[in-house]
Design a protein around this ligand. Structure first.
Ligand code: EPZ
Length: 420
């Protein structure tokens, strides 16, 4: 078992390169199942979640070769359309292969994903969309089975702009007969990246990044090569690390437009932000941070995946901040752990009220999920004394070498083996 130990107090200074986006890599890997041609993906981050998706593809019959940040995927034939239960349990995003299996093979079988630390995470919007495309969906004995002799293009209005449902339905419709229109689609940059990858394979899709995506089904798809977009949440997390530590950090390879909602909040808090050719620079040396209100919303609103990190940052802002989580129903588990470090935070339903400035002191804290873990690391950077973050396996799901990148910025942080 590992933990991450941080001695707080160092101002971060320097530059860091963000990796490829986890939440673009996962749907794009799933989309490789749609073609028997070879897919070459560059800029793929070496993360636990990506490794699990690779295991899912291999279990379904794909050959995958991973060299550095380049993955070559070839699914000449799909051996089975049943997603191994153990892998579904390891990672909910394994459900992203359902749409591709339905489109390519006309069926899928998966254990119904459970909830996780941040909410119940149902799949009703995915399944309703599959049914609209002509699939028969059965749910029994803890499994979800989908079957469609032929997927037929249709009009789908999503009750909520779900990222996963938008991605699954784009993949299911890529090989359908006729036109599919997805209205109230999610607009995240990862959806746009999926569209550009699918179009490289020969799909006829347009509108990603807007509320309406149009997919003209084609009979087959070919080979393709693609560079994954940078991870906007990793980039935002490192910018927040620079700001919370009263330092100055340059994040290379970040796309400013993708992190705009976060940049505008950091500026509102009083941090100096500069968008340059090669990346984004944040500086809060000698500046007092001001409290702000944040509400998480679907893109281009403030990302829920930066909410825990923002709560940690706002403990160091003067005044009272209100952070409202509108996407997931229980995404404040990091608050209890931050309180153990001295943070003054009250949770009322979907809102966390943060009273700054709190003097944080090091403690042994537990990461409940990926982004909560990142929030606790940020808090450890400014806490007096030593913080030990347990549950590091959560961090490894979404951050590649986080502690090494923070060390390169001057943080006193290292991975420690825990006595079990
Ligand atoms: C994606 O999850 C991301 N994961 C999440 O990132 C991210 O927090 C989320 O989008 C929101 O931006 C990946 O891309 C792999 P949703 P997803 O479907 O697709 C409800 C991280 O830390 N909903 O947009 O599962 C759902 O319960 C992870 O990297 C339904 O009700 O998110 C939630 O309240 C965490 N029915 C809301 O919609 C459905 O059928 C948003 O979910 C689907 C979703």
């Amino acid at each position: 078992m590992f933990g991450i130990k941080i001695i707080g107090g160092n101002r971060l200074k320097g530059e860091v390169q963000v990796s490829g986006a986890k939440n673009a890599s996962l749907p794009i890997l799933a989309a490789c199942l749609l073609t028997s041609g070879e897919c070459v993906l560059h800029g793929v981050p070496r993360l636990r979640d990506v490794e699990v998706m690779v295991e899912v593809l291999q279990a379904l019959g794909a050959r995958v070769n991973w060299e550095g940040a380049t993955l070559t995927v070839c699914t000449r034939e799909v051996k089975t359309t049943e997603i191994p239960e153990i892998l579904m349990r390891k990672m909910r995003a394994s459900n992203l292969v359902m749409g591709a299996l339905l489109g390519r093979c006309g069926s899928f079988k998966a254990s119904t994903p459970g909830g996780c630390a941040i909410g119940s995470r149902p799949m009703d919007l995915h399944l309703k969309g599959f049914r609209s495309l002509g699939a028969r969906i059965d749910q029994q004995y803890g499994f979800t089975l989908g079957e469609a002799r032929k997927v037929k293009g249709t009009f789908i209005h999503l009750d909520f702009p779900s990222v996963g449902a938008t991605e699954n339905l784009m993949m299911a419709a890529a090989l359908a007969e006729g036109l599919t229109i997805i209205r109230n689609a999610a607009r995240e940059p990862e959806i746009v990246d999926l569209q550009s990858f699918l179009c490289r394979l020969g799909a006829r899709i347009c509108g990603a990044g807007t509320h309406e995506i149009r997919i003209e089904g084609v009979s087959t798809l070919g080979a393709g090569e693609h560079l994954i977009i940078p991870d906007r949440i990793e980039a935002s997390t490192f910018l927040a690390a620079g700001v919370i530590s009263q330092g100055e950090v340059m994040v290379f390879n970040a796309v400013a437009e993708h992190v705009e909602p976060v940049l505008s909040k950091l500026r509102e808090m009083g941090a100096q932000i500069r968008v340059e050719e090669e990346g984004i620079w944040a500086n809060s040396k000698g500046k007092y941070l001001q409290s702000v209100d944040v509400k998480t919303l679907p893109y281009p609103g403030f990302p829920t995946d930066m909410q825990p990190q923002m709560v940690a940052l706002l403990t160091q802002a003067r005044g009272t901040s209100v952070v409202t989580e509108t996407i997931f129903e229980s995404r404040f588990k990091h608050v209890d752990e931050l309180r153990r470090m001295g943070a003054q935070i009250r949770v009322e339903g979907r809102a966390a009220i943060i009273y700054g400035v709190s003097r944080l002191t090091g403690a042994v804290v537990e990461a409940s999920d990926l982004r909560a873990g990142a929030a606790l690391v940020l808090a450890g950077l400014v806490a007096e004394g030593e913080t030990l973050v347990e549950g590091v396996h959560h961090l490894d799901r979404g951050y590649h070498n986080m502690e090494e990148k923070l060390q390169s910025l001057g943080a006193r942080i290292h991975r420690a083996t825990l006595k079990t």
